[in-house]
Design a protein around this ligand. Structure first.
Ligand code: NAD
Length: 474
């Protein structure tokens, strides 16, 4: 009997949103076989056929924006404003990759053939086959689509394993493409780790987003099978506040970046490093966090809802206790509310070497540090194993540029929150945050294709006809 997967609403865990039997490894292999056959026809459809399917999926998503927004709120507890924004962004991602179907698929180079033998030297990017996509629950539309759309645009088939916490949203992704693709080209396969492993084994190219521990396992499995793979994982993202940053506006921006959606974004701010005396900024931040609306995610204006499940809630509360036990001072929050709600937590006086400061707690928990100068801030920012995103706040261009030069993260955002992703730009981190090539933008078109180089020499010119012997001349 296969395992039963069930997603429940975080704001009211008795509300079962969806149930499904986990797709078994054998079923995954069978579906991969069907997808591999369908891929040949899909690639043959050419750019115009693929673009029109992606555009139609975008239109369908926009037509169904209201019910799908409600589903995102219900299934993963995302505040409604953010859920609506995610739906809009997911449609824009489909539009972007619909257009990208027409991008050049290679380069023409100068051949080094002898002048007597003309020809062409060119590269050609070809689909890899079946893209195996494994995704988390926190962006249940945008992440599956920022992987599936470029994979499809470049002519691949797709096997998508959504998170067990987001199987209803995963099924919505499948429905977006109903009737638009060759039969068997795209399959959404609900399941847990066993199904995820089977997807990785059955694929020709692997894209994973999730925790660092699982990402490391996926990367090793893909490397063993000789597959191209990318893994986008967690972060322990810092925001650096320079002495000339505006206190109130920076505090409001960082409160949102840290606590919005209960801190359940890979790009959420988790450490705040204040250059100079942190007292005034800390006071402004406590006030800004208190001003965020905390409550039912379906209510307009709520910024902080519940965490995803009981394990996530215990992780946050345990981290608060560990911080307190090590001498940390809890400035606000730190207690559980009803159900899966956890009041946003700000902590200071934590040793930067303590695991609470160094490891990702995927929830509304932030540690604050004061440092004497920018060099110390950069050292603290870089002193963790992650390297996803950092934000820097202030007006002194020299200091801002020094910070950008010194910080070792894949994304740096100056006077902008750590959260927020531009789907047309390369996205990814350094160190334990990321493995393999970047995703999104045109980087994704490269990732889902393999480049071959063609040397095309024209046949040599025919040998000149021999001159007729003299005696034959009349
Ligand atoms: P997770 O690692 O627990 O699960 C991610 C996916 O992997 C799920 O679909 C899960 O079922 C599957 N899985 C679990 N074990 C597997 C295995 N052994 N082989 C193959 N698949 C397996 O992560 P999560 O709890 O869903 O998401 C939260 C994490 O994701 C956080 O660490 C967060 O930082 C990270 N995240 C990163 C990004 C990014 O782009 N860097 C974006 C969103 C979330």
């Amino acid at each position: 009997m296969s395992e039963l997967i069930r997603s429940c609403s975080p704001q009211s865990p008795a509300d079962v949103v969806a149930e499904s039997a986990a797709v078994s490894p054998q079923q995954v292999r069978d579906l991969a076989g069907r997808a591999r056959l369908a891929q040949v026809e899909w690639h043959r459809q050419g750019a115009a056929g693929r673009a029109s399917a992606l555009r139609a999926a975008a239109d369908r998503l926009r037509d169904r924006a209201d019910p799908i927004t409600d589903l995102v709120v219900r299934e993963v507890g995302k505040p409604v404003t953010e859920a609506r924004a995610e739906v809009g962004r997911a449609a824009a991602i489909l539009d972007y990759y619909a257009q990208a179907c027409f991008a050049a698929t290679g380069d023409l180079l100068a051949p080094s053939l002898p002048a007597s033998q003309p020809g062409l030297l060119y590269t050609e990017r070809r689909p890899r086959g079946v893209a195996g996509l494994v995704t988390p629950w926190n962006f249940p539309l945008a992440i599956p689509l920022w992987k599936a759309a470029p994979a499809l645009a470049t002519g691949n088939a797709v096997l998508l394993k959504p998170s067990p916490e987001a199987i209803a949203c995963g099924a919505e992704v499948e429905r977006l493409f109903d009737g638009l693709l060759p039969a068997g080209l795209l399959h959404v396969v609900p399941g847990g780790a066993e199904t995820g492993r089977a997807v990785v084994e059955a694929a020709d190219v692997v894209s994973f987003t999730g925790s660092a521990a699982v990402g490391a396992e996926v990367s090793v499995a893909a490397a063993r099978a000789g597959l191209p793979a990318q893994a986008e994982m967690g972060g322990q993202n810092a925001a650096v506040v320079l002495p000339d940053a505006d206190l109130a506006s920076t505090a409001a921006l960082l409160a949102n970046a840290a606590m919005g959606y209960a801190g359940q974004k890979c790009t959420a701010t988790r450490r705040i490093v204040v250059v100079g005396d942190p007292a005034r900024f800390t006071e402004a931040l406590v006030a800004a966090v208190a001003a965020l609306r905390f409550g039912a995610p379906a209510e307009p204006g709520v910024a902080v809802g519940p965490v995803i499940n009981a394990t996530a809630r215990s992780r946050v509360l345990d981290a608060v206790e560990a911080a307190r036990a090590s001498g940390g001072r809890v400035l606000t929050g730190g207690h559980g509310g009803d159900g899966l709600f956890v009041a946003p937590v700000l902590v200071d006086r934590v040793d930067p070497a303590h695991p609470v400061a160094r490891e990702e707690t995927f929830g509304p928990l932030v540690t604050i540090f004061g440092v004497p100068d920018l060099a110390s801030a950069v050292k603290l920012v870089n002193g963790v194993r992650y390297g996803l995103v950092t934000s820097v706040h202030g007006g002194d261009v020299g200091m801002l540029l020094d910070a950008v030069r010194g910080i070792d993260t894949g994304l740096i955002r100056v006077n902008a929150p750590t959260t927020g992703v531009d789907f047309h730009a390369p996205f990814g981190g350094e160190k334990a945050s990321s493995h393999g090539p970047r995703e999104q933008g045109t980087a994704a078109l490269d990732f889902y294709t393999s480049t071959r180089t063609v040397t095309f020499a024209a046949p040599p010119p025919p040998a000149p006809a021999p001159s007729r012997p003299v005696e034959e001349v009349a």
